[in-house]
Design a protein around this ligand. Structure first.
Ligand code: FAD
Ligand code: MG
Length: 295
């Protein structure tokens, strides 16, 4: 059976798109590998009406609501390959092949974290990226920002809104005078000694042996689409401040006709609200492309 749409990635963006298409009674196959980006966090903040909920519960309720639509097929698994052209796409997953007229890549991004011992296991618990998501709960305690490059200056300038901030350059770049002055104006302390490890709740241990205690830490990971499907299909990728994303036009269609992309993998910045909004829009645009194929 040919599906109208295969949605690769059944998290917030993919499900929001699928919901619009299912409500238009379209045949939708969602294939999801189950690795939501926020899977290490126990609470999700900032999504209207769902502030502070468990992000797994948010996804569970959404999936249960989608399952009520008879034209949905859901498959747990990872799409290994995607090929084809408009009206005739194929994806493979665990030995099976599925066909569809349109493809939607809602595959999210991977987070390449700074290589600091003790940091990965605190990601989403004491080490975060987005202050709007996790800053408030630090209760105006001490905050450390770990640089990954010059764009981390902006993160360090913003964080004093949430607590006393120390900026760790960690050998990633050299601060110029103007940026240093701006950080001073914002009351940010700058630390140039490299970090040896993260320890305790959120203690930064420096290579000279000093230990600095924080309530929480922030860092900006390098992001790229979590699996290489867009590149496989020949979709253009574009550079962003954070790494790389799938390029799309206003309708969320990529440079390959019939292949759409939404959510973290295809927009910036990143949050559940923005992924849901982007997905809802992509779903409606894909529906319109099925109704008016030439436009
Ligand atoms: P994702 O949620 O990353 O989902 C992508 C899905 O696609 C995954 O299920 C993945 O397994 C699947 N997939 C990928 N490739 C394939 C493939 N080849 N085949 C099948 N499936 C595939 N935002 C907030 O608004 N509030 C918060 O409090 C918050 N906290 C966060 C905490 C942490 C630690 C992190 C890292 C992020 C947080 N975010 C938060 C951001 C939020 O998680 C993302 O913006 C959101 O998950 C993006 O949704 P998405 O659907 O685009 O991608
Ligand atoms: Mg998704």
């Amino acid at each position: 059976m040919k599906h109208d749409v295969i949605v690769v990635g059944g998290s917030y963006a993919g499900m929001a798109a699928a919901l619009q298409l299912l409500r238009a009674r379209r045949r939708v196959l969602v294939i999801d590998a189950g690795k939501r980006r926020n899977r290490s966090a126990s609470h999700s903040h900032g999504f209207l009406g769902q502030d502070g909920v468990d992000p797994a519960e948010l996804a569970r309720v959404a999936r249960a609501q989608l399952a009520a639509y008879p034209t949905l097929t859901w498959r747990d698994g990872e799409v290994e390959q995607a090929t084809g052209t408009l009206d005739d796409f194929r994806v493979t997953c665990g030995g099976a092949t599925y066909a569809a007229r349109r493809l939607l890549l809602a595959i999210g991004v991977s987070d390449r974290l700074p290589e600091i011992p003790g940091l990965p296991e605190r990601w989403g618990k004491r080490v975060f990226h987005c202050p709007y998501c996790h800053g408030y709960e630090l209760d105006q305690g001490r905050i450390g920002v770990i640089a990954t490059g010059p764009m981390s200056i902006h993160q360090a300038q913003l964080l004093p809104e949430w607590g006393d901030t120390t900026f760790f350059l960690n050998g990633t770049f050299e601060l110029d005078q103007a940026a240093g002055d701006e950080l001073t104006r914002r009351g940010v302390a700058v630390e140039t000694t490299r970090i040896a490890a993260i320890d305790g709740d959120a203690d930064v241990v420096l290579t000279d042996g000093r230990r600095m205690r924080f309530t929480g830490l922030f860092t900006a990971p390098h992001n790229e689409p979590s699996t290489p499907l867009a590149a496989q299909l020949g979709c253009e990728l574009v550079a962003t401040l954070m790494g790389v994303q799938i390029g799309t036009g206003e309708s969320k269609e990529t440079t390959v006709p019939g292949v759409f992309a939404c959510g973290d993998a295809a927009r910036m910045p990143h949050s559940v609200s923005l992924a849901v909004g982007d997905g809802a829009w992509a779903g409606a645009q894909i529906h319109r492309s099925l109704v008016w194929p030439a436009s």
